[in-house]
Design a binder for this molecule. Structure first.
Ligand code: GUN
Length: 292
């Protein structure tokens, strides 16, 4: 069994990006510039955004953090998006989700200029991704493709089972694993909350990508020997022994699944670090696209 080291892979990719950025700067070009909009003080979102800012530094990018309190209006946030769309110094930006209930996430996402939508959430990017056109692919699925690629995991003709159908992970992941390229070229099954007999389906999988947000959902008796397991879950579960009061739990029961797996991603240190890395790759691409 090989443990897929997302932390190391992400560090390698960020070093490659940093090298490319220094070459750009040496040619007299400007550094990529990513902006992040954060609403409120949700613990998870604070951590994600702080890590995004830190990764920008590691990659030699400029970064700007724009904060709003929970009571920001939809109109104010739409104004902010319009300003970022128009700001020539910004190559790409993200609005951290979730947003407070009184704001329509879809309305905000659709207001973002698709050319600056480095999260790949705008319907234009989602549509282009679905038919295999150049686009910004959402960061978590893109990071998973990079892991499969860098570990030389052959996916052609394999049965890939995706657990979960979220717009951010499950749905794009299924599309990408189906496309005619490596990694990809799989026969894909998507399971969700209304799927009966999920264990019967996962037992036939060569690759399982678990993105449900249900801690320990996938158990050893649900997979076959040699399965490749990608765990996207990062649920905070209370843990009094930790200083933070919680630990991150994946969707996979490590102790029973890992002995049967050929490759498996840990939580933390698997998919998580790769997600931010893909955001950095998209931002570098946004910078290059704007120079064309
Ligand atoms: N919330 C959880 N994941 C993400 C992400 O990748 N991008 C944004 N904008 N919000 C998120």
């Amino acid at each position: 069994m090989t443990i897929i080291d997302g932390k190391q892979t992400a560090a390698d990719i960020k070093a490659e990006i940093a090298k490319e950025v220094e070459e750009m700067v040496a040619r007299g070009e400007r550094r990529p510039h990513l902006a992040a909009v954060l609403v409120g003080h949700d613990g998870g979102s604070e951590t994600y955004v702080a890590n995004k800012v830190k990764s920008c530094k590691e990659c030699g990018f400029e970064s700007t953090l724009i904060r709003y309190e929970d009571d920001v209006t939809e109109e104010e946030l739409l104004d902010c998006v319009a300003q970022l769309n128009a700001d020539e110094s910004i190559d790409g930006f993200i609005v951290q989700l979730p947003l407070p209930k009184h704001i329509s996430e879809q309305k905000i996402i659709e207001a973002i200029d698709p050319k600056k939508d480095v999260d790949g959430f705008h319907p234009e990017n989602v549509g282009r991704m679905a038919i295999g056109l150049p686009c910004f692919v959402s960061a978590t699925p893109a990071g998973i493709l990079d892991l499969l690629d860098r570990y030389h995991i052959d996916t052609k003709g394999k049965h890939c089972v995706v657990l979960g159908r979220s717009n951010i992970v499950g749905r794009p992941m299924a599309e990408l694993m189906m496309q005619k390229r490596q990694p990809g070229n799989c026969t894909v099954t998507v399971c969700h909350s209304a799927t009966p007999n999920i264990p019967d389906i996962t037992r036939t999988a060569d690759i399982v990508i678990a993105a449900l947000g249900v801690p320990g959902f996938l158990k050893g008796d649900m997979v076959k020997d040699g399965v490749v397991v990608i765990d996207v879950g990062t649920t905070r579960v209370p843990d009094a022994s930790r200083k933070s009061g919680f630990r991150l739990s994946g969707d996979v029961e490590w102790d029973t699944v890992s002995p049967k797996a050929s490759y498996i991603t840990p939580v933390p240190g698997g998919v998580g670090p790769m997600t931010i890395c893909s955001l950095m790759k998209n931002t570098l691409q946004a910078r290059k696209n704007r120079m064309k």
